[in-house]
Design a protein around this ligand. Structure first.
Ligand code: ZN
Length: 148
């Protein structure tokens, strides 16, 4: 991931990053020519995506997150509906209503597995037995997800 200073047409250099522990991630970059600075802010979902893909920002891979998104969650996205009968974590794996599965099916396939896991984790942590579009709306609001 690179940032260019448009005025100078110069690649900005990595200055600092912060991962405050609430799932968000910020990185700041500065233009070596004019000194302009920009900062990137990623919400938890985007941070997970970056971590999952192993994207390096500023030459360093992000720290491992306690939430376990594995590369296979993305790579095996065509198998997004495969259920692990014994998932780690609290509570039973929540079910998906037909409407919720329909909505999940509209998520781009390359992130579907991860999105499904986000909603599943959200529901499990709150002992929600069945994920419905209403649950997805609430999760999206609370987690700051866009367009899922
Ligand atoms: Zn500049």
């Amino acid at each position: 991931m690179k940032f260019l200073c448009i005025d100078c047409d110069t690649q900005m250099t990595f200055e600092d990053r912060q991962q405050p522990g609430d799932g968000t991630f910020t990185a700041s970059f500065g233009c070596p020519r004019c000194g302009r600075r920009v900062a990137m802010l990623a919400n938890p979902m985007e941070t997970q995506l970056v971590n999952t893909l192993g994207v390096e920002i500023g030459g360093r891979t992000l720290d491992e997150q306690p939430l376990e998104f594995t590369r296979s969650a993305v790579v095996a996205s065509d198998d997004a509906f495969v259920d692990d009968p014994h998932p780690p974590g609290r509570g039973p794996r929540p079910g998906w209503s037909t409407e919720a599965e329909d909505r999940l099916a509209r998520v781009p396939s390359f992130v579907r597995g991860m999105v499904k896991k986000i909603y599943s984790d959200y529901a499990r942590e709150r002992s929600i037995a069945e994920i419905t579009p209403a649950v997805m709306d609430r999760a999206r609001e609370e987690l700051g997800l866009e367009g899922m």
